[in-house]
Design a protein around this ligand. Structure first.
Ligand code: KIV
Length: 291
């Protein structure tokens, strides 16, 4: 899947559907790669689901780069995309290119993702014409949640659907090799996908996009059962329960001294143990020797 950028698969019901996971650390990326996921995205969802921040606006480019580099170490066989966080690309195309270069040079990612539509066209062109592939992101763009009035479905009126299409086309024409469509009604996502030459990666956008993405921590059920979860997330695992049960069993076995068991212990030479005891009997005060 490393040559993904050149594939540019247009949506058709017969086209292969690509699968992406947003992953934030080395062990998670190892599992994603072992499962054969096409694309590993180091998303800025990192902020909320892995770093416990209130929203994605808090995470910095420095933090993203550290996590990207960890993921890259595990993901040698997958195509990797690093998200540019809020504040690292909006000021000017030059600022965006500098951030994209850091994501490639230091984060060891193969492409970058940034949020926004027509207003980002010049920026996307600057980055792609410098040789760094860009994945666009339109529809619900969480970095702009306050301007959008929260995490809401996008493209659900004629005016908003047309604006979504124009944004996606502008991002494509600026040189993006694929576009994330987030929180868009399925029929609208399908029409937009069919109107584009580049693949779309849907999240909360139905099953007619060219591919899908989910955040790994969400889809594996790693977060507490009462954590907010968008409607589109399907849980394919229950890591919370299995981890909780594992930690509870560890506690019980430590308390009862069932752990460590003989197979976890290092053996000593009985002569060494006896010599140590003899030394204590001979040279230490009785109260010390007893303790
Ligand atoms: O930050 C992220 O993980 C993302 C995906 C969910 C598309 O942007």
């Amino acid at each position: 899947m490393r040559n993904l950028v050149s594939q540019q698969v247009r949506y058709s019901s017969h086209a292969p559907v690509s699968h992406t996971l947003a992953t934030h650390n080395y062990p998670s990326a190892l599992i994603a790669q072992e499962a054969g996921v096409d694309i590993i995205l180091v998303g800025d969802s990192l902020a909320m689901v892995s770093l416990g921040m209130a929203d994605t606006s808090e995470v910095t480019l420095d933090e993203m780069v550290v996590h990207a580099r960890a993921v890259a170490r595990a993901a040698a066989r997958s195509f990797t995309i690093g998200d540019l966080p809020m504040g690292s690309y909006e000021i000017s195309p030059k600022q965006a290119l500098a951030s994209a270069i850091r994501m490639v040079k230091e984060g060891r990612m193969q492409a970058v993702k940034l949020e926004g539509g027509q207003e980002m066209a010049e920026t996307i062109h600057k980055i792609t014409s410098s040789g760094i592939p860009v994945c666009g992101h339109v529809g619900l763009t969480p970095q702009r949640q306050h301007a959008l009035g929260g995490f809401k479905v996008q493209g659900n009126t004629v005016g908003k659907a047309l604006s979504l299409l124009r944004d996606a086309q502008a991002v494509q024409d600026a040189g993006a090799f694929c576009i994330v469509l987030e929180c868009v009604p399925q029929d609208i996502a399908e029409v937009v996908t069919q109107a584009l030459k580049v693949p779309t990666i849907g999240i909360g956008a139905g099953n007619k996009t060219s591919g899908q993405v989910l955040v790994q921590i969400d889809m594996l059920g790693t977060r507490p059962p009462d954590a907010f979860m968008p409607k589109f997330v399907k849980k394919y695992g229950d890591e919370w329960t299995s981890s909780l049960n594992g930690i509870k069993q560890y506690k019980e076995e430590v308390t009862s001294r069932a752990y460590p068991a003989p197979e976890h212990n290092y053996k000593s030479d009985p002569k060494v143990t006896e010599a140590l005891k003899a030394h204590i009997r001979e040279f230490m005060e009785p109260n010390q020797a007893e303790s």
